[in-house]
Design a binder for this molecule. Structure first.
Ligand code: WQD
Length: 339
């Protein structure tokens, strides 16, 4: 019995591998290092003491995926992380996003069907809630509101999985809607290493703190929120990873299709996050107050009760932990995995 983790060298994937091993699962990693580094595999070995079986594989390549499943008949569940994830890039290259994200999932699901693998965890996103009419979002909030092609690939894949589960009553699928994952493993050995200028708030703050940028950017100060800046539900990547372990356990109870928000239930504004980061680094950061970023919403945070009640999972780390661990990773690895 083993869990295949596609994108297992990536940011969320690598943290999930650590928690799966800690929970006693056998793991196989598949990754093509499109947005990750082979160094992650060494770091995983240092953290866990385990030499995790690894297959270099493009999830869109049918032959490679078939070979992967044939070589590892012990696989009986898949956590599918491997996908493109940059919102702005998805607007520039919609066909690439639909082809890679939906095509990759189809290739994996078809191989699972051929090999009789019935358990699947899908990386979805709070982006499926679009600009929610009310917060917090529950799993029953309308989830067809994507505002960019990246988000639509998540909405569409969720629908494909619901259709699949109608057709095959033996399939067990956990759709996990992530809020805003940040932070890093407390060891400082693995963390987020974006290519180019970071789009997301935390990696940008981290790189400003290390001196790569003169100031942090605050996109919008006139939102209808307490301090005028955008509010999100930031969740420690290790808590998120543990949510996947809980979801895998749920699949093995033969639950059919289930959908969970993975968030803390707490909203923090951009300025509150910057303040927490300043606390972690022990000094103030320069701020550059800019207009709103196109496509951004004012506020989004999770109602995480369903995951607590049905998975027995709740996020444990605070915003201060998230910032401290992010800084531990960034200051120990100023260039990420690219030394
Ligand atoms: C958070 C807040 C910004 C950068 C996106 C995707 C979502 C998911 C996670 C996953 C907002 C503000 C940001 C900066 C800032 N994708 N901000 N200065 O937009 O909530 O979610 O990432 O793979 O699908 O949409 O996250 O971190 O970009 O922004 O002020 O330099 O920080 O305006 O209010 P977002 P984010």
């Amino acid at each position: 019995m083993a869990i295949l983790v596609t994108g297992g060298a990536g940011y969320i994937g690598s943290h999930t591998v650590v928690e799966l091993l800690a929970a006693g699962y056998e793991v196989v990693i598949a990754d093509n290092f499109y947005n990750s580094s082979p160094k992650v595999l060494d770091r995983l070995k240092t953290i866990t003491g385990v030499d995790v079986p690894f297959v270099e594989c493009d999830v869109c390549d049918k032959d490679q995926v078939e070979n992967l499943f044939s070589a590892h008949p012990e696989i009986d569940a898949v956590i599918h992380f491997a996908a493109y994830k940059a919102v702005g890039e998805s607007v520039e290259k919609p066909l690439d996003y639909y082809e890679n994200n939906i095509g990759g999932a189809m290739t994996i699901l078809q191989a699972m069907k051929r090999h009789g693998v019935k358990n699947f965890v899908f990386s979805s996103s709070a982006t499926v809630y679009g600009d929610p009419e009310t917060v917090p979002c529950t799993e029953d909030s309308p989830a067809n509101g994507a505002t960019n092609p990246y988000g639509w690939t998540k909405v569409m894949q969720e629908q494909i999985l619901r259709d699949l589960c109608v057709s095959d009553k033996k399939m067990n699928v956990a759709i996990l809607r992530y809020f805003n994952p940040i932070g890093a493993h407390p060891s400082g050995l693995i963390g987020e290493d974006p290519n180019g200028i970071p789009n997301n708030l935390l990696p940008y703050i981290a790189q400003a703190a290390i001196g790569k940028y003169p100031a942090v950017r605050v996109f919008g100060t006139d939102y209808p929120t307490p301090d005028g800046t955008g509010v999100r539900d930031y969740i420690h990547v290790v808590d998120l990873a543990k949510g996947h372990v809980a979801a895998v356990k749920k699949l093995f109870t033969k639950c059919g299709l289930v959908t969970y928000n993975l968030g803390t239930g707490n909203g923090y504004s951009v300025l509150q996050v910057i303040k927490a980061y300043e606390k972690a680094i022990g000094r103030e950061l320069e701020k550059n107050y800019l207009p709103r970023r196109a496509g951004d919403i004012a506020e989004n945070y999770a109602d995480p009760r369903k995951a607590r009640e049905e998975l027995g999972w709740t996020a444990q780390y605070t915003i201060d932990d998230m910032c401290a661990h992010s800084w531990n990773w960034q200051s120990n690895n100023p260039n990420g995995y690219k030394e």
